[in-house]
Design a protein around this ligand. Sequence first.
Ligand SMILES: Cc1cc2nc3c(=O)[nH]c(=O)nc-3n(C[C@H](O)[C@H](O)[C@H](O)COP(=O)(O)O)c2cc1C
Length: 415
Amino acid sequence: MFVVVGVTGGIAAYKTVHLVRALVTNGHEVHVVPTEDALRFVGTTTWEAVSRHPVTTSVHDEVAEVRHVALGTRADLVIVAPATANTLAKMAAGIADGLLGVTLLATTAPVVVAPAMHTAMWEHAATQANIATLRDRGVHIVGPADGPLTGGDSGPGRMVEPDEIVAAALAVVQPHGDLAGLTVTVTTGGTREPIDPVRYLGNRSSGRQGAAVALAAADRGATVTLIAAHVDDGVLDAASRHTAITVHRVSSTAELKAATDAAAAASDVIVMVAAVADYRVAGVSDHKLRKEDGAPRLELVENPDILAGLVEARHAGQTVVGFAAETAADDGELLERGRAKRTRKGVDLLAVNRVGWEAGFESGTNRLVVLDTAGAVVADVDGSKREAAEALWDAALAVHAGRVGAHRPSDQSAD
Ligand SMILES: Cc1cc2nc3c(=O)[nH]c(=O)nc-3n(C[C@H](O)[C@H](O)[C@H](O)COP(=O)(O)O)c2cc1C
C-alpha cells in the first residue's frame, strides 16, 4: 500500500518514527511529509532513513514530477500523526501552504488523524469545531488518549500509541466485521437532573450495558459515537481506548438529547441504552437547599422524549433501537409492557430487560429480550452484558439490512 504519513510540530513526532517503521516493516511504501515545524522536533535525516524515501516540506521540490499533487493522488491511505491544533485548523479550512496541506487536498484516500496537544488546546471550542468539521468530511480521528502530558500535567491530549494508530488506519482501508462501514450512535449511563448545586435526581444505571453495546459494535467494524451520561468508575475505560469509538460525556437529559440529536443525523443505527430521566426539577435552586428551610417540595416537569424525537427525525435507511428497563412480575408482563412501549415509541427494535432491587442495574450480567415491530421476540439472551450486546447487534443488523435493502456503507465511511 502507498501510505503518506504527515507529521506536524508536536513532541509526539518522535513516536511517529516508530509508526513509520512499523508500516515499512509490514511492506508498505511510506512517504513522510513533515511540516516545517515538525522538522524542529525530528529531522529530515531520520524520516528519510526510516521511510527510505526522500523527504521534503516544500511544493517547490521535484516540480517536474508534479510532486505536490502526486503524493496525494497516489496515496491509498494518509495518516497525520501527531496532528497539532494548528494543522487541524488548517485541514478544516482547506489551507494548502505546504506539501502536507496540498497532499491532503489532492487525495481521495482515507485520511486518519491522530491529534496530540495539551488538554486545554484539545478542549478549546475552535479545536472541537475543527474536529467536528473533519469528522463530517469523513476524516477518521484516532484519539487523543487521556494521560500524562509533556508539561507534567495530565488529561486528554496524548497521541494514541503508534501501534494503535497503525491498527486503526489499516482497519479503515481493510474493514472487517459485519458492521464495517456503519456509523452508529450508542447512549449509556444514567442522566442526572439537578435540584440545587449539590443534589440531583438520578438512577442506578451503571453504563455497563451501553459500553458493551458500543464495544461490540466497534469490534465488529462500526464507527461508534458513545454518548455517556453518569456511569460507574472504569466503565468507559475500554471504550475510551478503542480507536473506533468516540466518547462524549453528558450529565442531564437535555445534554444527552442535544448530543444524541447531533450525532444521530450521520448515524446508520442508533441504540438508546441510557437510562433517561422522564422528569426534571422545575426551578432548579441556585443555592444549596437548607434543612432549616424545611422539607423542600420539588415540582417536576416532563423531559422531552429523546427516543420519540429520534424516531420522528429518522432518515431513510436509519435503524433506531430502544431499551426499556421494566419491573415486571413475570415474563408475560415483561413482554406485554415491552410490546406496548415498542408500539408507543415506534422504534425498529426494543430491548427489554427486567430490573428490580437485585437485577439489571450495576451487575455484569443481563437478561435481554429483543422485540421487533411485529412484537415478536427476535433475541432472548441471558448472559454477560457483552453477550447481550452481541445478540442485540445480530438482531439490529438483520433489521438494518432489511431497511436499506442491502448492507451498504454510510456517507461517513471513507472506505
Ligand atoms: C516544545 C513544543 C511542543 C509543542 N507541542 C505541541 C503539541 O503537542 N500539539 C500542538 O498542537 N502544538 C504543539 N506545539 C505548538 C506547535 O509546534 C505550533 O502550533 C506550530 O505552529 C505547529 O505547526 P504545524 O502544525 O505546521 O506543524 C508545541 C510547541 C513546542 C515549542
